[in-house]
Design a protein around this ligand. Structure first.
Ligand code: SAM
Length: 268
């Protein structure tokens, strides 16, 4: 029996499928990515190709990572009219971005991400930050607000500090639910992340840094002295230039880096 290349499957909720159809938004994403000759573009979750085909038309080649097997054949078939598409049929969380970059230089990640996996995908990308030139992602607006927030904001938290320590985070534009089929319940936003030059990232011990940030924000109302009592005392907090009675939401990213580095030095 011959298979049809048409996208006939209904959207799958468990895979976070909300397909973009607003041409103006798709154009804005392609403009934001602004592919240049020689760029190695990798799209996460191409779905029915809303961003894939315009990117292919502009750039000629693209690698996509898609988990839904029902989309692989129609995507591959439809792509022929647009350019050279490499399809990786995998869960993106199992894809080694560093290995991808070995074959052609640092990658540029693009994706209208499945919202249920936003944070795991962001943290997975951070682990491979040295292999990534930049990222342009569509996410829930509320997540983008958290990613870009600074001290004093109600939404400043673990995600803000972890991402900003390793990347420059720039929210680009908001996208309403009506731009997708089916529409999600919330507003979305496109964000650009550019990993900092590994030589300038000040975090000395990533695991220690992650533990400090996790515990500091574990109970937002606690002072640093109490929230971090398992990891350090008030003297160490002061030596890092922070007030032990301050709360995590008041501390800038560089403060967490100084504290984690001081602890990493102490414990050798
Ligand atoms: N890019 C398309 C668009 O803008 O219309 C689809 C975006 S849709 C929000 C998310 C896409 O990610 C879907 O195609 C879904 O099948 C795919 N996806 C979900 N979980 C995935 C995973 N673990 N690994 C790779 N792709 C995944």
């Amino acid at each position: 029996m011959s298979r049809s290349a048409a996208f006939t499957e209904p959207a799958k909720k468990h895979l976070g499928q909300h397909f973009l159809h607003e041409r103006g938004i798709i154009q804005k994403i392609v403009q934001a990515v602004n592919p240049q000759p020689g760029d190695r573009l990798v799209e996460i979750g191409p779905g029915q190709g809303a961003i894939t085909f315009p990117l292919l038309d502009r750039h000629g080649e693209l690698t996509v990572i898609e988990f839904d097997r029902d989309l692989i054949f129609p995507l591959t078939e439809a792509a022929r009219a647009h350019g050279t598409l490499e399809v990786i049929h995998r869960d993106v969380l199992t894809v080694d971005f560093t290995a991808l970059a070995h074959n052609g230089g640092p990658i540029r990640l693009v994706g209208n991400l499945p919202y249920n996996l936003s944070s795991p995908i962001l943290f997975h990308a951070l682990e491979h930050a040295a292999a990534i030139r930049d990222m342009h992602f569509m996410l829930q607006k509320e997540v983008v607000d958290r990613m870009a927030a600074g001290p004093g904001s109600k939404v400043y938290g673990r995600l803000s500090v972890m991402l900003q320590a390793y990347c420059h985070v720039t929210p680009l534009f908001t996208v309403p639910p009506g731009a997708f089929r089916p529409p999600p319940k919330v507003d979305s936003a496109v964000v650009r992340m550019v990993p900092r030059d590994p030589a300038t990232v000040a975090v000395q011990d990533p695991a220690r840094f992650a533990a400090v940030v996790r515990d500091a924000f574990g109970q937002r109302r606690k002072t640093l002295r109490n929230a971090l009592s398992q990891q350090c005392d008030a003297t160490t907090i002061e030596a890092a230039g922070l007030r032990p009675d301050a709360r995590a939401e008041q501390i800038e990213v560089a403060g967490f880096v100084r504290l984690a580095n001081a602890l990493a030095t102490q414990t050798g």
